[in-house]
Design a protein around this ligand. Structure first.
Ligand code: AMP
Ligand code: MG
Length: 331
């Protein structure tokens, strides 16, 4: 079985093709870049996706050497994500499904991150820390569903880093904002106090963002000290919640995914925590850790093989689609 997956939940457009043995046949990604100094505008990102989609699909077929009629399945991200962006992926998937006469599977985006991590990370049953520009969740499989054990109650951690970086005037054409903050943080080891906000199993970043921005505006501390302290604080919070989920579920593996998972300091802290419990820790390479079409295609295969089919009328998008709303038929 060969599956083509379309990912378009945020700033990245991904078209991936994978077979049922887990061989990645193509992984095309195009990233919408907002104008200097601003964040993602959903309508503008969706316009980028619609204009880029035909070329990305063509490239995916070309890279894979697969012909359209050799595809057995089309999958797409149903949610969560930005409505206008999700709709471009859904409409494209419906069109491909109708024109090629292939079944269509609607996929939950965080679960796709987990499943591609299990596949390429060689993991069986990890506790997953999913940290990106649009999501912050600690997810683990329990009683037939992927459950969210902890999450942000306001903004995602990547968004906290991005907005702080913009407020502090950081910018770079090549590097994502989180990487710019990481580079600043590497210059310092002076910890400036920043609130540490965990509520139950959940984390909160919006007050931290305000606090860090105020520290910057006060001009009493160099940016590198604030960047270092911000990283130490928010990553410690994430590691604490992940550790508690690990202790609760008694699992033996930890996976980190999403754009913030590129951060060396976060991985170092997770690795140290994993070692202290004698469990395995894995990250993924950027090609599959960031939003991509391959993970959507792969979850489509798992769902299809376990007998799931999405009725055409259920191929709408859901901006707030939760992992625990999916009946996990493939595990
Ligand atoms: P995603 O939403 O998965 O595409 O990931 C994008 C997020 O990852 C943005 O918030 C980036 O600032 C963040 N990011 C990328 N590289 C790094 C890094 N090295 N350290 C921290 N955050 C990063
Ligand atoms: Mg993602």
């Amino acid at each position: 079985m060969i599956s083509l997956g379309i990912e378009s939940s945020a700033d990245k457009l991904g078209v991936g093709i994978i077979d049922d043995k887990g061989n990645v046949l193509s992984n095309i990604r195009r990233t919408y870049k907002p104008p200097y100094g601003s964040g993602i505008h959903p309508r503008e990102a969706s316009e980028f996706h619609s204009s880029t989609m035909p070329g990305a699909i063509e490239d995916a077929f070309q890279e894979s050497g697969i012909k359209p009629d050799e595809i057995d399945l089309i999958s797409f991200t149903k949610g969560p994500g930005l409505g206008p962006c999700l709709r471009i992926g859904a409409v494209t998937a419906r069109t491909l499904s109708l024109s090629l006469d292939k079944p269509l599977i609607a996929v939950n985006h965080p679960i796709a991150h987990v499943e591609i991590g299990r596949l390429v990370g060689g993991l069986d049953d990890p506790v997953v820390l999913y940290v990106s520009g649009g999501n912050t969740q600690v997810i683990a499989f329990s009683e037939k569903r992927y459950r969210v054990f902890g999450e942000t109650i306001d903004i995602p951690v990547g968004n906290c880093l991005d907005v702080f970086g913009r407020n502090a005037g950081l910018s770079d054409k090549e590097n994502p904002m989180g990487r710019m903050i990481e580079i600043e943080a590497l210059k310092s080891s002076n910890y400036v106090s920043i609130p540490y906000v965990i509520k139950g199993m959940d984390v909160s970043f919006s007050g931290i963002l305000t606090h860090a921005t105020r520290l910057f505006n006060d001009k009493k501390h160099p940016l590198e000290d604030i960047a270092f302290s911000l990283q130490e604080t928010v990553f410690s919070m994430l590691v604490e919640v992940t550790e508690r989920a690990l202790a609760h579920t008694k699992k033996e593996e930890i996976l980190v995914c999403g754009g913030v998972a590129a951060n060396t300091r976060l991985k170092e802290m997770l690795d140290e925590m994993a070692n202290s419990h004698g469990v395995i820790f894995r990250g993924l390479n950027a090609d599959l850790a960031l939003d991509n079409g391959v993970m959507i295609a792969w979850l489509g295969i798992l769902m299809k093989q376990s007998g799931v089919s999405t009725r055409f009328e259920d191929t709408t998008v859901d901006q707030h689609f939760r992992p625990e709303d999916v009946d996990v038929t493939w595990r």
